[in-house]
Design a protein around this ligand. Structure first.
Ligand code: SF4
Length: 233
């Protein structure tokens, strides 16, 4: 087993945040009516994508009936529909849909992760839970370091989680820390050159209101893919 697969296994067994452990397991027990015949994952959801990824997408946390149900990042919810459609459109995914962990989806040179690996109530982890989960993100970044050339942070939460984790993993983040904005781009040195991009989160609130359109998402992902040296489209 490679080191990243081993990390993913260890993440899936984590119980460090009592509130999130209670919530993810309660949701898995009670389920949503539409999924009443399914067995929910109900555990931390590890990152998804190859161990030699050149691009890492950092979201927020798994959705209660999405990743927490299927066991794969952004899989089985509307946010994931938008994200994987865009990854497919720019040539980074084998198919435009992501509905179940065994649906055959492959990512090309890109990995998708979250700074909080457990579904939180109301999609809102606390800053303390983000801190508790950060060592997992730092370890993931360290393992990806040999190939990683670009990071896309989805939303201010992902951005604020990414900066200290990147610092701990060996990159130099400018002081004062750059603020989040859609389209922000910051070059980091240290553990190899890395380009950090900001993008509005693919939440329903953003995509339903048109704050984040598919074209805007494709633009950021395509630019990040080129910065990472991926072929993309
Ligand atoms: S959020 Fe992270 S640190 Fe907290 S229990 Fe889940 S995996 Fe562990």
């Amino acid at each position: 087993m490679d080191a990243l697969a081993d990390l993913d296994l260890r993440i899936a067994g984590c119980r460090a945040c009592p509130r999130l452990v209670d919530w993810r397991e309660e949701v898995a027990r009670t389920r949503r009516a539409a999924f009443a015949d399914q067995t929910y994952w109900g555990r931390p959801v590890p990152g998804f994508g190859p161990p030699d990824a050149r691009l890492l997408i950092i979201g927020l946390a798994p959705a209660a009936h999405g990743g927490n149900r299927t066991g794969r990042m952004f899989t089985g919810d509307r946010s994931g529909d938008v994200l994987y459609q865009a990854l497919y459109d720019v040539g980074l995914a084998s198919q435009p849909t992501s509905v179940a962990a065994d649906d055959g989806l492959e990512l090309y040179g890109v990995r998708v992760t979250a700074p909080v690996h457990c579904a939180p109530p109301a999609n809102k982890p606390t800053p303390g839970e983000r801190e508790t989960c950060r060592p997992w993100l730092v370890q993931e970044l360290r393992l990806l370091r040999p190939t990683l050339r670009a990071v896309v942070a989805l939303g201010a939460f992902g951005w604020q989680a990414a900066l200290p984790a990147l610092t701990e993993a060996g990159w130099s983040v400018p002081r004062p820390r750059p603020g989040f904005a859609h389209g922000a781009r910051v070059g980091l040195d240290g553990a190899g050159r890395l380009e950090l991009f900001g993008c509005f989160h693919v939440s329903q609130r953003n995509t339903f209101t048109g704050r984040l359109t598919p074209a805007m998402l494709r633009e950021v992902l395509g630019t990040a893919a080129r910065a990472a040296g991926l072929p993309g489209r």
